[in-house]
Design a protein. Sequence first.
Length: 348
Amino acid sequence: MRAMKWTKQRLNNLFFFLGVAACVVMLFTFDVSFVELWDHLCHAGYWLIPIVGVWIIVYGLNAFAWKAIIEGNIQGKMPVSFWRLYRLTITGYALNYATPVGGLGGEPYRIMELSKDIDKQHATSSVILYAMMHFFAHFWFWFISIFIYLALVIVGDLPINVTIGTTLGIIVVFCLFFFYLFSKGYRNGLVKYVLGVVANIPGLKKWTLRFWARHSEAIENIDKQIAALYGQDTRAFYRSLVLEYFSRVVQSSEVMFMLLLFGIDCGGGWDGLTLTFLHSILIVAFTTLFANLIGFLPMQLGVQEGGFVLSIAALGLSAALGIFVSIICRVREIIWIAIGMALMKLKD
């Protein structure tokens, strides 16, 4: 019996069914009944529109960041339209939500689709570079959020004690350590290093050696392209980093909308709204840190919810608010997974 050949169309269909299955699983894994879920949605009301809609901007910033990476990587005329990148960005993140691979499920799909526009080595290195940038920006978001917290402590808005201070100190060391690892990865390339790590996993050494023997030249070229962007096109590198960082800041708006929905505006006025937005940044920072530390779970089931409850409680707000925020964010994810799957089947 002849083995089935995995064509791009078949892979596309596999990714599509993964996303559809994720939507179904997520619908049936809420920590509340459908009656309670409906009550939460009714409570959100028209606020659900900006909560979902703000991600149009977030994904737009992500797509511009990826565009900067590709332009810096190929050192020539951009061969991919922005709208195609925007579509691949949304679909890629939809697959990331759906797969239990630490938020990396959409990367093979992006490589497969981008290789239709540029050669496979540049497509692979561009996707790897963007994935690295996405995580790199996460660490900057967490790192800067520590200083936002300390600034709010100074003005008397938030508390500080030994436990909080120790936790912040650990996060600083954690971020600095990964800044060092990222700098090594950007300077020397990443693929060879990852293969070296994989080779040390029991049972995978022979597979890794065979893979290296077949693809050594391509791997060398990909690592050279990764190192070249950091070493030669620093404008593209930092433009992508800034765009990715601000996508996290814009993402915090959805939490602010939900706080305002509950009448939490820190006294109102511009000062109150500014404080509320800064609180939202801190909530998103802690929640994403918590979720990424345990990111191997499919759709991060239960992890994101716990992160929201803990981070909101740490700011002196009720756990019920944390549950509401986590549920509405889960609904938003389902909506965008559905949009991503629909865009996957949309012809360019």
